[in-house]
Ligand binder design. Structure first.
Ligand code: ADP
Ligand code: MG
Length: 318
């Protein structure tokens, strides 16, 4: 584009809450043929709410907990919430808030470790705790099979289901690792942004491919994809934060130019890997830093606006 057209395009963008970082970005946006959306906080509001708490696991039927305590849903929630109290993840915040709403006093964990894209490990006054996805618990040697049916049902409802395991301080296996036992499942639900569906249909009408990428599981991801009109074959689920950039590279490997739209700290490498990185406004500074385009209004439909502005700008000079 000519410098004059670029200036006009950039100014129109700014007026509409679409910030292009430099003139050549408009041309790159124009060349995009695939748009990849992050799920949480991008297509969904990222405002999680605790929806389900259930007792599951071997201890549920007759087994005893140490110290002697009845295994109830309330106890599962208390354990999960005190582990998550140290985490800033939206999933964690919803669990803590949900516990407080139900009159549970949530204590700080004594020790805490965040496992990105998987969950948390913590030491609480009830013992060592794991809250997270299948991978986190399986790798810690927990038999998660008894929870599979419940997880499956919750995920088909589009919820993010998380497993909760507890190990008494005194219980260690022969390698000195905590002997975790599955005690329950908790689930959070998020709502899809009002304009997410319009954004997807606007892009598809323009002939663009639309993808969803998430660290969340396949079933939840597909439920959200279906709700917003993304083809279930275009869902990349269970993608660890560090693998999101590779997934974007892979999509671009046949010459496609991708625009990655994301909000979180986790998304910065993927934003950088894409031909155009698009940071959605309410996101973190890190994401905005890594983005070529920033959508100030936190509205996925502004992706279509960005593409329209680039089209108009480039049309002028042809
Ligand atoms: P997204 O890509 O949707 O932003 P993340 O990469 O942050 O998701 O997390 C991927 C998955 O790891 C979550 O869906 C959840 O199952 C698990 N997880 C991550 N953080 C936590 C947490 N603090 N507590 C429980 N589970 C978590
Ligand atoms: Mg995210």
């Amino acid at each position: 584009a000519t410098p004059a057209a670029t200036m006009v395009g950039t100014a129109i963008g700014a007026r509409n809450g679409v910030l292009f970082k430099g003139g050549d970005i408009l041309e790159r946006v124009h060349e995009v043929d695939t748009v990849v959306f992050d799920k949480t906080g991008t297509l969904t509001k990222g405002e999680m709410e605790l929806t389900d708490v259930e007792v599951v696991g071997p201890a549920a039927d007759g087994g005893t907990l140490k110290p002697e305590r009845e295994l109830t849903a309330e106890f599962v929630l208390e354990v999960a919430a005190s582990a998550e109290h140290a985490s800033e993840h939206p999933l964690a915040e919803a669990i803590v808030e949900g516990a407080r709403d139900r009159g549970i006093e949530v204590e700080d964990p004594e020790a805490f470790e965040n496992v990105p894209g998987q969950g948390v490990k913590a030491t609480t006054r009830h013992g060592r705790v794991l809250v997270g996805n299948r991978k986190l618990l399986s790798e810690a040697g927990v038999d998660i099979e008894p929870a599979e049916d419940r997880m499956d049902t919750l995920e088909r409802e589009g919820k993010t289901a998380m497993l909760v395991a507890l190990a008494d301080e005194a219980e260690e296996d022969s390698d000195g690792e905590p002997n975790y036992r599955l005690i329950g499942v908790v689930a959070d639900a998020d709502t899809v942004k009002e304009s997410a569906k319009a954004a997807v249909s606007g892009l598809r009408e323009r002939g663009l491919g639309v993808w969803l990428i998430t660290g969340d599981n396949e079933r939840t991801a597909r439920a959200v994809a279906e709700e917003v009109g993304i083809d279930p074959d275009n869902v990349m689920a269970d993608v660890l934060p560090e693998d999101k950039a590779d997934a974007v590279d892979e999509l671009q490997s046949d010459g496609d130019q991708a625009m990655m739209v994301g909000d979180g700290v986790n998304d910065a490498p993927a934003l950088a890997a894409a031909s155009v990185g698009c940071a959605i406004g309410s996101g973190t500074d890190v994401a905005i830093e890594a983005g070529d385009v920033t959508l100030l209004r936190d509205d996925p439909a502004d992706v279509v606006k960005a593409i329209r502005i680039s089209e108009a700008t480039l049309r002028k000079i042809k």
